[in-house]
Structure formats: structure tokens, C-alpha cells
Design a protein. Sequence first.
Length: 180
Amino acid sequence: MWQLIRRFARTDFPDEQAPQAEASWRHETQQIQQSILDLMGRALCIRQIDAGSCNGCELEIHALNNPYYNIESLGIKFVASPRHADLLLVTGPVTLNMRAAVLAAYDATPHPKLVVATGECACTGGLFGESYAVCGPLSSILPVDVTIPGCPPSPVDLLRGILAACQLRGVTQERTRIDS
């Protein structure tokens, strides 16, 4: 114990500066918030589903809720039930055990619903795509509106993909209004 304390006492403080945070996406935040309110008229509700991932994508999704990204201030929130969701955010390749749960969540989501495949595994099947326990990418069982590639995708890429899905929903709503 004393050896460790002596070692700490002899060690100098680091001279290097702490790395600067990437704040380029912060300029887009007001634009994102206004776009979501214009397209949705209220907050965007997301139901996140882990269909068999390694949890790398989930860690990046959880980072969206931390104080740095703070997506709730942008009008985006995560909900516990697909019945309250506007968008399904699915990670991982769809395993045989999760196939029925993913389909049930899709059926429970009210129309017009959006599906976003997040991460390389959900988009293409990834490393696990050829496994006997995997149905393949999400697009093999559900219609996917937006894909966000990456292993795992960064929180900024996730925000861009969610915004792209919102814009897609706005186009869908305009088509519905024109058709009726």
C-alpha cells in the first residue's frame, strides 16, 4: 500500500490538455428540433428492440440519452411499448428466438409506422448473417424504411438516421393527405 502511495507522490501531473468535444452536430440541433415538430406536430416516440445484437449499438443508443446529446430536448423520446411508438429502432440480426417478438412489436405499432435498421447486423446480417440461429437482416422479415450502417454507428449517425426517418414520415403523411 505504501509503495503505491509513494509512486503516486512521485508521479507528475499530465501536461497535455483534455481533448475537445466534437460540437459540429450541435449546430444542427435547433434545425432537428424544428424539423421534428414540423413533421410530427409533437415528440417522436421510439421503441428500441434488440433482436439479437452484441449490445454495441445499444451503448451508442444509450449515449443519445446522456447530457451531452440530450435527445429529449430535441423532441425525441424512447417509450416502453410499441403501442405508443412512431418508430421502431431495431438492432442486431433477427434471431430465430426474437423473430416472433419483432413481428409482434411491428404489428402493435400504430400506422404510419417507421422501421429503422441500426448497425451492420440489422442492415446486412453482419458477422452472424450465415448462422443457423439467425433469420438474417431485418429486411428479410419487415419492410425497412431507413438503414444506419456501422459497427456500431455513432450517436451522430443515429440522430441523422432518425431525422431521415422523420422526413420520410412527413412525405408519407403528405401523400396520405393528397390521396384522401
